[in-house]
Design a protein around this ligand. Sequence first.
Ligand code: ADP
Ligand code: MG
Length: 272
Amino acid sequence: MKIVTPESTQFKVVDAPYYAESGSEVGIFEAAWKQKVPVLLKGPTGCGKTRFVSYMAHKLNLPLITVSCHEDLSASDLIGRYVIQNDEVLWSDGPMTAAVRMGAILYLDEVVEARKDTIVAIHPLSDHRRSLLIDKLATVLEAPDNFLLVISYNPGYQSLLKELKPSTRQRFASIAFDYPTEETECEILITETGVNSDIASKLASLATRIRKLTHRGLEEGASTRLLLHTARLIQGGVSIADATNATLVETLSDDPEMQNALRDLIDDFFGL
Ligand SMILES: Nc1ncnc2c1ncn2[C@@H]1O[C@H](COP(=O)(O)OP(=O)(O)O)[C@@H](O)[C@H]1O
Ligand SMILES: [Mg+2]
């Protein structure tokens, strides 16, 4: 049976990603990889989880295969399937199998979005077995030393339907992410967008205030990603009022009252 699997060079993180460390996450991740402990990254959307994983993949010189999980994702999508090409039956590796074969970091982003039976498929890889059963090929693949399973999840979206079961969670060392401190966020804004330090520090402290509104009806606070969009629009020549309106007010809420509260806050910060 001919097996089709991607080249590991496709998954190399070539350029060093910029990542501002917040705590001891780099050391924990590195030790977890060396000790073969799977890693769970948890935290709100847009706070640096994905950036951190690509930073670590580059630092540890490992290929990185990322899968964004969704409810239609099946175990076969991860493991692989037979395909017919020019009248020949081939086996095509899914991302999980490919990652095991090449000794990559397998990053399952937003893992709670995946179906339960799909999540169960990662269990043998996340315990002492470190193996992957490919039942259709009647094969068990042992993960090489370099392989590391990393999953992410956002506890903010937690609902009864979408929670990680303890039987899954307890296989991982967890690293909690949160929004960066104002100082770090300011540095990220400047480095990523080139915005001036005055605007960057105002945006960073505005974000702190907006994040406090989550107790008052805002579903989620402004992410670092969203602040970067604000800064980019400003860098693109959009006025501060329009840029903050488009990226913060309108993106964060559809509720007119909340929008007005956000606009007032922004006016205060920027003296508009
Ligand atoms: N600690 C950080 N260092 C550098 N950039 C960061 C950091 N945190 C967030 N960012 C920026 O915010 C963006 C969104 O972060 P991302 O890693 O995609 O978030 P998540 O995966 O948590 O949703 C990144 O593309 C990056 O520009
Ligand atoms: Mg992400």
